[in-house]
Design a protein around this ligand. Structure first.
Ligand code: GUN
Length: 297
């Protein structure tokens, strides 16, 4: 078994981006600028956004963080959030922005996503980008699935003609990943499994590549995996762990200890898919900056 090192692959991508940004600066071109909106203080969201801002620094990008408070007693008025989105849509300095999800329950995630200008939607969540991506047209691709495809490619893992089984059908990972892997170029045979799938283990045992993206710690066990399979673990559940200073550890959807000896390659958690999601967001932001330049001319 060999680990697929997402952290190292992401670091390489960020270095490539930083070199391009230095070139842009030398040519007097605009420096890419990513903005993030964060509502409340969810631990996972705080950590993701902090990592995204750190990645902007590594790539030489500008970044802005717009924060809103929202509590049970004092919930954020959605109009304030929509006004901030409108301002970012119109701000010529900002190339792309994200609204970190999940949002408080009283705010409709989908309405928020649809308020973002598709040309600045570097998360690739807007229906225009989802639709264009599913047709194979130029679009911002959702960062986690794009990161997984790039991770496989850069680590010499062939997908053409392979049986890929994805567990989970979320709008952010399972669904767009299925579409990306079946397109020309990736050429995989894709099966998407979900909570209503019968005989799941029979299906996953036939997979050359399993992608676990359902958000249930340790769900994939060794009896579900063929000898020599490649395993991509998208799970990042925070499980309480008093032996850690933080009080929790990140747990993937795969029972790593039991599954690792059986497979050929496997992504660790943390250090697998997570860093690749952020690298993809940086690639999308660079692309957004280039596109704005091309249309401004
Ligand atoms: N929450 C979990 N993953 C993501 C992501 O990729 N983008 C945003 N905006 N929120 C998330």
């Amino acid at each position: 078994m060999e680990l697929i090192d997402g952290k190292a692959t992401a670091a390489q991508i960020k270095e490539e981006i930083a070199a391009k940004v230095r070139e842009r600066a030398a040519e007097g071109k605009k420096i890419p600028h990513l903005a993030a909106i964060l509502v409340g203080h969810d631990g996972g969201s705080e950590s993701y956004v902090a990592n995204k801002i750190k990645a902007c620094e590594a790539c030489g990008f500008r970044s802005s963080l717009i924060r809103f408070e929202s509590t049970g007693q004092n919930p954020l008025n959605p109009e304030e959030l929509f006004a901030a989105i409108d301002k970012l849509n119109k701000d010529p300095e900002v190339d792309g922005f994200i609204v970190q999800l999940p949002l408080p329950k009283h705010i409709d995630d989908q309405k928020v996503i649809e308020a973002i200008d598709p040309d600045k939607d570097v998360d690739g969540f807007h229906p225009v980008n989802v639709g264009r991506a599913s047709l194979g047209l130029p679009a911002f691709h959702s960062a986690t699935p794009a990161g997984i495809v790039e991770l496989l490619k850069r680590n010499g893992i062939e997908t053409a003609g392979k049986n890929v089984v994805i567990i989970g059908r979320s709008n952010i990972v399972g669904r767009p990943l299925a579409s990306m892997l079946m397109h020309k170029g990736a050429d995989a045979t894709v099966t998407v499994c979900h909570s209503a799938t019968r005989n799941l283990a029979d299906i996953t045992r036939r997979a050359d590549i399993i992608v676990a993206a359902l958000g249930r710690p340790g769900f994939v066990t060794e009896d579900m995996v063929a000898d020599g399979a490649v395993i991509v673990d998208v799970g990042t559940t925070r499980v309480p762990d008093q032996s850690r200073k933080s009080g929790f550890r990140l747990c993937g959807d795969v029972d790593f200890e039991k599954v690792a000896p059986k497979c050929s390659r496997i992504t660790p958690v943390p250090g697998g898919v997570g860093p690749m999601t952020i690298a993809s967001l940086m690639l999308n932001t660079l692309e957004a900056c280039r596109r704005r330049e091309a249309t401004a001319r």
